[in-house]
Design a protein around this ligand. Structure first.
Ligand code: MN
Length: 231
């Protein structure tokens, strides 16, 4: 195919144990999906799920066993982490029944929903969209994708984020208010899910800011570690 201007290469994420890449289509993010985080953000934890998006090229893949060098973004004084389980979609679907939802899951990864919290807070107060707070470059650091066939049930795996060796977020993924099946069913009523879509499933309590020089180490049992230094 010939393009009239240079085509930006597709965003990709490595797949663990192979040289093959997972091509990213869209990144859907769920808001307030752990009760303790919903409460810390001023909600009750009983609201229906809501979604926002990051562009595909917001991914910042960190290869297995390396420490990603994550640039501190412009236009914020309050750059916050949110450690999340990421679900990778493998096939097209709409109006998916929760009972069928796991057939659409290709794999899982650890991700961070990095946020300009000050910008997001201003957007919230003015009832404006969140894009400048959430959807900027490198706002979705992610570890390699693990095929679902290797992982099995997500169950009640531990999810934990340490910053400079201190535990900041610690929970288990069975504490999601809306589980993976319910999220896929809900999202697929509004959008046609496509192969390459990523769903960031929400963060536990303990979100806070990082600064240049901080080392973030996220882990989810069975999915390895995601290590990043803010530079
Ligand atoms: Mn989030």
């Amino acid at each position: 195919m010939q393009f009239v201007i240079p085509a930006v290469p597709p965003a990709t994420v490595p797949v663990v144990g192979t040289d093959a890449l997972f091509p990213v289509h869209r990144i859907y993010c769920v808001g307030r999906n752990y009760v303790d985080h919903a409460i810390e953000m001023g909600a009750t934890g009983r609201e229906p799920p809501f979604f926002f998006m990051k562009p595909a090229d917001a991914v910042f893949p960190v290869p297995y066993g390396t420490v990603g060098q994550l640039p501190y973004p412009a236009m914020t004084e309050d750059y916050q982490y949110e450690l999340e389980l990421v679900v990778a979609i493998g096939k097209t679907g709409e109006n998916i029944a929760a009972a069928d939802a796991m057939q659409y899951v290709w794999g899982y990864a650890i991700g961070l929903d990095m946020t300009r919290r000050d910008v997001q807070a201003e957007a919230k107060s003015l009832r404006r969209p969140w894009d400048t707070g959430k959807a900027f470059e490198q706002s979705a650091p992610i570890g390699p994708i693990h095929p679902a066939s290797d992982i099995g049930a997500v169950g009640s795996r531990a999810i934990q984020l340490n910053v400079n060796g201190q535990t900041k977020q610690k929970s288990t993924v069975d504490k999601l208010i809306w589980n993976i099946e319910e999220m896929i069913a809900y999202l697929s009523q509004y959008f046609v899910l496509q192969p390459g879509d990523l769903i960031m499933t929400g963060t536990p309590a303990g979100v806070a800011a990082v600064k240049k020089g901080d080392l973030m180490e996220g882990s989810i049992e069975g999915l390895g570690e995601l290590r990043l230094k803010v530079v």
